[in-house]
Design a protein around this ligand. Structure first.
Ligand SMILES: NC(=O)C1=CN([C@@H]2O[C@H](COP(=O)(O)OP(=O)(O)OC[C@H]3O[C@@H](n4cnc5c(N)ncnc54)[C@H](O)[C@@H]3O)[C@@H](O)[C@H]2O)[C@@H](O)CC1
Ligand SMILES: Nc1ncnc2c1ncn2[C@@H]1O[C@H](COP(=O)(O)OP(=O)(O)O)[C@@H](O)[C@H]1O
Ligand SMILES: [K+]
Length: 511
């Protein structure tokens, strides 16, 4: 099955309702199209560079009032051009400025050559830069145009600046970060802050670029929003803006079955806790009823620890088939602590055949490691009814080729996996990516590091299940679950355990 993404034109309309510019994530390739469209619309490109460089200088002066000297490192392209504008503005503000260029400045073309001419000074060679205490480095070596590993000369400066622990303000991206993937190309500056233009790029949100970018300031250099919106792809930051219209509505007529019934499969007697975490999270996240479906040997272990969550004996396919006769049971969570791979495959098959919705997590994902296509076939066609919640290790079991392809970004991997599996995919981590089969993708950024604790993923699976069973479309259900999970992590605070998370799931944000 082809992985090529051909987002429907109607998607543009879907995003049309969600065009807040600060949620757009623009790849360097999108940015190229945006530049071309801006130029075609009559916008003077040098004006954009001038505003970009001025914004960098303003940020440098504001952030580093005690700097002895600003050292502006300029590269061979337009990122360097921004650097020359910034150097001129810093000098005009009375600061001490040193400019060092990578390569021959007389080879600059276009707007960058104009910026150098306006600067008027003669840059010194990059290799001549000797770090001094009190220096603030303005990194304008490479931005969106980085296409291969940093040259040795630049690597040496990156290392010298790190050795001297000098603060770095990056222009657009820290040099060495690939704007499309967030990966380090050979070496990269670690910036205190990065000033970028119009929108953030994947490299600002995906690790390790997210960490190396420091605080990211987005400065509007004057490209009209309508041009951005038309040429932006289908990647956004995961904020309530993109799914708030799909939030479950509660009216006076709501009763618990309207809010949906969620079922969570328990593992054997020695591994029941994960399912209860999912179930507790599901109830707190808004499912009207939640039932743990337990193998017979684990009934007592579960019964002793459940209150608001119900319990039912389901010990094999016949039991599940009988249960599926109840039309009100719409959504299942399968995988947390589940253990039995053969039974997981059989249960997924029954659930799919009956047209129900499934969150497949943990052991449920691993159960299909030898037969991923069989899983994808179960949920092909019709609305998206499957949500997969892999961490990197589980992802590699279902999608070994995508996991092993070093040219793909985490966003690309999630998008291709979603298209192939007909599932909404939550590819977890500190930079969780949520993708839909139609090509939409979101990068999450509200999760605190202390969410990385045993059982945290089980809680997430339960929240997704609760959202699905309340009728949200799969992608929106998944994205909003990741966001609420991140908020719960912040509310529960440092030192949390997974048991604290369900209690901390916040109400829906005000629409
Ligand atoms: N409309 C826009 O998009 C604007 C872009 N601006 C700046 O323009 C930048 C992009 O400019 P460019 O496309 O010129 O790209 P860069 O300035 O990032 O890179 C310059 C050139 O370096 C070469 N190169 C790439 N990797 C290299 C490596 N490892 N070693 C040696 N040479 C390498 C490539 O030929 C590339 O075109 C942005 O990052 C931003 O700073 C700003 O001027 C504001 C306006
Ligand atoms: N460094 C981090 N910062 C924020 N969130 C993280 C980080 N590492 C992991 N997470 C989140 O914590 C959860 C861990 O889930 P998972 O890997 O399934 O662990 P478990 O199986 O122990 O629950 C996921 O939601 C993941 O996105
Ligand atoms: K840079």
């Amino acid at each position: 099955m082809a992985d090529d993404l051909a987002p429907a034109a109607s998607l543009q309309a879907w995003w049309g309702m969600h065009q807040e510019i600060d949620t757009l994530i623009i790849t360097p390739r999108d940015m190229g199209r945006i530049d071309a469209a801006a130029a075609a619309s009559g916008l003077a490109s040098y004006g954009l560079m001038e505003r970009a460089g001025q914004a960098v200088a303003a940020a440098a002066l504001r952030r580093f009032p005690g700097a002895h000297r600003f050292v502006v490192l300029c590269g061979p392209g337009n990122n360097g051009g921004d650097g020359y504008v910034a150097a001129r503005a810093l000098e005009a503000a009375g600061a001490e400025v040193a400019v060092h260029a990578l390569g021959d400045p007389s080879a600059l073309r276009g707007d960058a050559a104009i910026a150098l001419r306006h600067f008027g000074g003669a840059p010194r060679a990059l290799a001549e830069y000797g770090p001094r205490p009190g220096d603030v480095v303005v990194d304008a070596l490479f931005g969106a145009g980085l296409s291969r590993d940093l040259p040795d000369e630049a690597v040496q400066v990156v290392e010298a600046v790190r050795r001297h622990a000098l603060p770095v303000l990056a222009v657009d991206l820290p040099s060495g970060i690939d704007g499309r993937t967030g990966e380090v190309r050979g070496a990269a500056f670690e910036a205190v802050a990065t000033v970028t233009f119009m929108c953030r790029k994947p490299g600002h949100l995906l690790l390790p670029g997210r960490t190396l970018s420091g605080d990211v300031e987005v400065f509007d250099i004057g490209i009209p929003g309508r041009i951005l919106a038309v040429h932006a792809g289908h990647v956004r930051v995961n904020t309530p803006y993109v799914w708030r219209l799909a939030e479950p509505q509660q009216t006076g007529a709501t009763h618990k079955y309207v809010r949906g019934h969620l079922a969570v499969f328990s593992g054997p007697a020695t591994a029941t806790g994960a399912a209860r975490l999912s179930a507790a999270a599901g109830l707190r996240a808004g499912a009207g009823l939640v039932t743990v479906l337990s193998p017979t040997d684990a009934l007592f272990a579960n019964a002793a620890r459940l209150t608001g969550v119900m319990l039912k004996d389901v010990d094999g396919e016949a039991d599940l088939a009988a249960l599926l006769e109840d039309e009100r049971l719409k959504t299942f969570v399968l995988g947390p602590g589940f253990g039995d791979a053969g039974r997981a495959r059989a249960y997924a098959g029954l659930i799919a055949a009956k047209g129900r919705r499934l969150v497949l997590d943990a052991d449920g994902i691993s159960a299909f490691r030898d037969t991923p296509d069989a899983l994808f076939g179960l949920f092909a066609g019709g609305d998206t009814r499957l949500v997969l919640t892999p961490h990197d290790g589980e992802f590699a079991r279902l999608f070994p080729d995508l996991a092993g392809d070093g040219t793909l970004s985490k966003i690309d991997r999630a998008q291709k996996a979603a298209a192939r599996s007909h599932a909404a995919v939550i590819l977890k981590g500190a930079d969780t990516v949520i993708a839909a089969p139609d090509g939409r993708a979101l990068v999450n950024e509200n999760a605190p590091p202390w969410l990385a604790t045993a059982g945290s993923g089980d809680v997430l699976a339960g929240i997704v299940g609760a959202h699905l069973t309340q009728g949200m479309p799969a992608f929106e259900a998944a994205a909003s679950a990741v966001w609420r999970h991140g908020e719960a992590g912040s509310i529960a605070g440092k030192g949390l355990t997974a048991e604290d998370l369900p209690e901390a799931i916040p109400p829906w944000p005000a629409a």
